[in-house]
Design a binder for this molecule. Structure first.
Ligand code: SF4
Ligand code: MG
Length: 309
């Protein structure tokens, strides 16, 4: 079956800064994928590129994004708008950004749905307790959690093939966060929507996602089924991320922040972008880009991965 999403060798720059440096990933229909990595790893750029939503300042230097086989960046503007409207949904960190501040929520929902019918139903499906009141409100009259539910209702209205959720709960407090994630994952499961969830929250990804994609230096460095990858990482960066999570500390292990800073690339990285911070780096790591190795039910971009540690 054609993968719902296929990203190949995608390279994207903002001026002199390279945000994606040959990112690759394949997602099958219905998977729930957590995309993790530190700030600056390229997660948001990848999410935007998937929807043909890159800002004007971004330049695609190479590679492809295919949604159900169609190359997103080769579509005509009109075709791209149709793909975005019918096959893709987006939820961002700031719900207010996806809502029109000058229009009542009900009217915005009606525009998305193409009719007034179903507005209250869609608001009820995201578990807003008083859909009628919400429909009469302007976005600024809603709490952050309510506004995010409205944004989710809009994003899921067309039962999209793929929902890109870029840190949708980062601005919410922890109880609301769980509720909002429950809504996203429940609606997506009902609609058969594939989720691409860009997140900093490793334990939440481990709990909710079928798959995980780990990004570093604008590349996907490890990807596969979430449980084995996060339980037994094969890439040194994934291992470092897992050790840096508070959940590891609560099991009696020490919390170890990753020393050093993520790179800011101004061109293709010569070798492995993680080599300055990697405790296992070999001499070749600084000069040769690591190959993609399939091992233990996952793909790993590391010189050590094939060596059978
Ligand atoms: Fe470390 Fe080398 Fe693997 Fe990069 S390729 S993660 S530097 S061992
Ligand atoms: Mg981001």
């Amino acid at each position: 079956m054609t993968p719902v999403l296929e990203v190949e060798d995608l390279t994207v720059s903002y001026g002199a800064v390279r945000a994606l440096d040959g990112a690759a990933l394949t997602v099958a229909r219905g998977e729930t994928v957590g995309v993790v990595g530190e700030s600056g790893s390229g997660k948001s750029t990848l999410g935007s590129a998937v929807g043909g939503l890159l800002p004007r300042s971004a330049r695609i230097d190479g590679g492809t994004v295919r949604i159900d086989g169609a190359d997103v960046h080769r579509l005509r503007p009109k075709e791209l708008r149709t793909v975005r409207r019918e096959r893709l949904g987006f939820v961002f960190q700031e719900p207010i950004g996806s809502l029109d501040p000058t229009m009542r929520v009900g009217k915005q929902m009606a525009l998305v749905l193409g009719s007034r019918d179903g507005v209250l139903e869609h608001l009820a499906r995201v578990r807003l307790t008083d859909p009628e009141r919400v429909a009469r409100s302007y976005p600024h009259q809603l709490s952050g959690g309510m506004a995010q539910r409205v944004a989710i209702a809009m994003a899921m209205a067309s039962s999209p093939d793929i929902l890109v959720a870029d840190e949708p709960t980062a601005a919410l407090d922890s109880q609301v966060r769980e509720d909002v994630l429950n809504v996203i994952f429940t609606l997506a499961a009902e609609a058969g929507t594939t989720i691409l969830w860009l997140s900093h929250d490793l334990p939440a990804v481990a709990k909710r996602c079928s798959h995980v994609v780990v990004m570093y230096g604008g590349r996907v460095v490890e990807s596969g089924a979430a449980a084995p990858v996060l339980a037994q990482p094969r890439h040194p960066y994934t291992a470092a991320l897992v050790r840096a999570v508070p959940a590891a500390a609560s099991d009696g292990q020490r919390l170890e922040p990753i020393p050093g800073q993520p790179p800011v690339l101004t061109g293709a990285s010569a070798g492995c972008a993680f080599s300055p911070r990697c405790l296992q780096a070999l001499e070749t790591c600084g000069t040769h880009r690591p190959p993609l190795v399939s091992v233990d039910e996952r793909d790993v971009l590391c010189h050590l991965a094939g060596a059978g540690r």
